[in-house]
Design a protein around this ligand. Structure first.
Ligand code: C5P
Length: 247
């Protein structure tokens, strides 16, 4: 199997910048600028700093942006939100699969149209299936029977049918989703810890190499990079590990 170049491996990493603080986020983004990885900004940062803050941090990092806002509303509203986010030129945006097929299709269509209008590449539109904070007992209380894995695969299949590009999934869900939906569906996986790193509050972790070998396309990695003394060096070390897997 051919080895991935270090640059291609780095592009498989999105560093989660989880802070409400603009100065901290910009400092981290600048520190990562040479590493070639993307950044992920989510609800915490967006709620505090808005689109202007996102644009500043993205500029400081200079790479790809996963805008992790997990839209979930009626199709018209979600499509409008995706269009409103288009000027930020995210490379990945996401919605909740629980919003249903029509909502997901509306999001995908809005992303394509807005990007075409702006002359920018369309972002990948991916779905969140079952939040990893929920267990079988929790979804049973919402009326969903059959367990978490069955529901994850069911919602991933619905996202696929709706024309979405992929899903966010935990490392343990990679294999069942790949089995059901094949290779042409983007899997973005958090809960990654380099060998020997602090696991923190993540319960089921894989190393970057293991997750890529299992079939993940992109990895979301936060504290192992943001908590390192030299975040760019930490990101480069992870890219080197991915590169060695050759996938
Ligand atoms: O610091 P850490 O690597 O655990 O950060 C992982 C990032 O991925 C955080 O932004 C977290 O919210 C997000 N995430 C996760 N597990 C999920 C979905 C998202 O850890 N199932």
């Amino acid at each position: 199997m051919p080895l991935l170049s270090a640059a291609d491996a780095a592009r498989r990493i999105y560093c989660a910048i989880d802070t409400p603080d603009l100065a901290r986020a910009e400092t981290l983004a600048r520190a990562l600028a040479g590493a070639g990885c993307g950044i992920k900004l989510g609800l915490e940062f967006f709620s505090a700093q808005g689109p202007a803050g996102v644009a500043r941090v993205r500029k400081a990092a200079g790479g790809d942006l996963f805008l992790d806002l997990k839209f979930h509303d009626i199709p018209n509203t979600v499509a409008a939100a995706v269009r409103a986010a288009a000027p930020l030129a995210p490379t990945i945006v996401n919605v909740h699969a629980a919003g249903g097929r029509a909502m997901m299709s509306a999001a995908a269509e809005a992303a394509r149209e807005a990007a075409a209008k702006a002359g920018t590449p369309a972002p990948l539109v991916i779905a969140v299936t079952v939040l990893t904070s929920l267990e079988t007992v929790d979804i049973e209380r919402m009326g969903v029977i059959g367990g978490v894995e069955e529901q994850v695969v069911r919602l991933a299949a619905l996202a696929h049918e709706a024309g979405l590009d992929g899903v966010v999934c935990s490392a343990r869900e990679i294999t069942p989703i790949r089995r059901a939906l094949g290779p042409d569906f983007t899997l973005v996986t958090p809960g990654i810890r380099p060998a020997g790193a602090d696991v923190g509050d993540q319960k089921r972790v894989m190393t970057p190499g293991e997750a890529i070998t299992a079939g993940a396309d992109y990895l979301v990695i936060g504290r192992p990079i943001t908590g390192a003394e030299d975040p760019a060096a930490a990101a480069r070390a992870i890219a080197a590990e991915i590169s060695a897997t050759g996938n």
